[in-house]
Design a protein around this ligand. Structure first.
Ligand code: PY5
Length: 313
């Protein structure tokens, strides 16, 4: 990451999956007239695969794909494949590319060629892309800015669906934070309460309790969020409260962290000039980070069914 280009350098793989078959990377192309490009009429997922001695361990693959179908249904889009077909397609992409390090998997479905009208029911294109991917945000702790862009209320856009068009908002928020010298943005909702990061859910720690905004608020129902809530309650014996969080609570609580597929569990050590706790990674955050790592690698029997293994030849 550099100041000029805050993006993440990606080494392109050899193959992708597009509309039913494996294609060479250079042939994974779509037309400039596709509806999804013009209007953001698409849905997608982000899934991580962890490479562990010859095996790619995909975390909560089916849960992510189920959310993809829920998002599609929300925007009146039929994905022309069964979920089992997308599970197999994901495994194929991994096997074909023979990855030997951690990956990020990106299934995407969008309205394709046809009309450019807004009443369009164009056929849906589907792709599954996987790329080698390391850390998205620093696990040593990041600095955040409260975005001037707000997460809209659920009656203005489907805030619970992972819809491509929605990501213009997160792009603007993340760029604003970056241009102001911060690592990531935190968005408030339309009423001024804390919603989520520009690609992450958020938790605070106060008096040894975890607090996170409730899913009926304007947040994405994160799969990492769900994982962390379960692990905190069942393995660490922590109380987890889902309630609204005020901006000043962010500044004054004991610990703050993000959760997300890309972000995993990322400690937040400063928010707009306020040092969180003592400025180092909090103890509870550290425990959750360590436990999350064990769980994604399938090393804890109770959560092994969250991990789909693909052998790499
Ligand atoms: N909130 C938003 C707005 C998100 O985009 C994401 C995921 C999350 C929360 C966390 O959801 P989950 O835990 O299910 O991943 N963001 C994507 C990701 O793959 C895209 C980031 C660029 O992490």
């Amino acid at each position: 990451m550099s100041a000029k280009n805050p993006g993440i350098d990606i080494k392109w793989p050899s193959y992708a999956w597009l509309n039913g078959s494996i294609v060479r990377w250079d042939d994974a192309k779509i037309h400039v007239f596709v509806h999804g490009l013009h209007y953001g009429t698409g849905v997608f997922e982000g899934i991580r695969g962890y490479y562990d001695s010859g095996i790619m361990k995909i975390f909560r693959l089916e849960d992510h794909l189920k959310r993809l179908y829920r998002s599609a249904k929300t925007i009146l889009m039929d994905i022309p494949y069964k979920i089992e077909e997308l599970v197999e397609a994901t495994k194929h992409v991994i096997k074909f590319n023979k990855f030997k390090s951690d990956i990020y998997i990106r299934p995407i479905a969008f309205r394709g060629l046809g009309s450019f009208g807004l009443r369009a029911t164009n056929p849906v294109d589907v792709a599954i892309i996987a790329v080698e991917f390391g850390k998205y945000l620093s696990p040593k702790g990041i600095r955040c800015k409260i975005s001037s862009w707000r997460k809209p209320s659920p009656d203005s856009i489907p805030v619970w669906a992972k819809v491509t068009g929605m990501y213009l908002l997160y792009h603007l928020a993340a760029m604003e934070a970056h241009l102001s010298g911060y690592d990531e943005a935190i968005l408030l909702d339309s009423e001024g309460y804390v919603a989520e990061g520009a690609g992450e859910n958020i938790f605070i720690v106060k008096n040894n309790e975890l607090i996170t905004p409730p899913v009926y608020d304007a947040i994405l129902e994160g799969i990492t969020r769900d994982t962390v809530i379960k692990l905190a309650r069942e393995e660490l014996g922590l109380k987890v409260i889902e309630r609204r969080i005020r901006r000043e609570e962010l500044y004054t609580c004991d610990e703050v962290f993000f959760t997300g597929t890309a972000a995993e569990v990322t400690p937040i050590v400063e928010i707009e000039g306020r040092i969180i706790g003592n400025g180092a990674i909090g103890e509870i955050t550290k425990n959750i980070m360590d436990l999350y790592r064990e769980v994604v690698l399938g090393r804890i029997e109770k959560y092994r069914n969250w991990v789909t293994e693909v052998a790499i030849e």
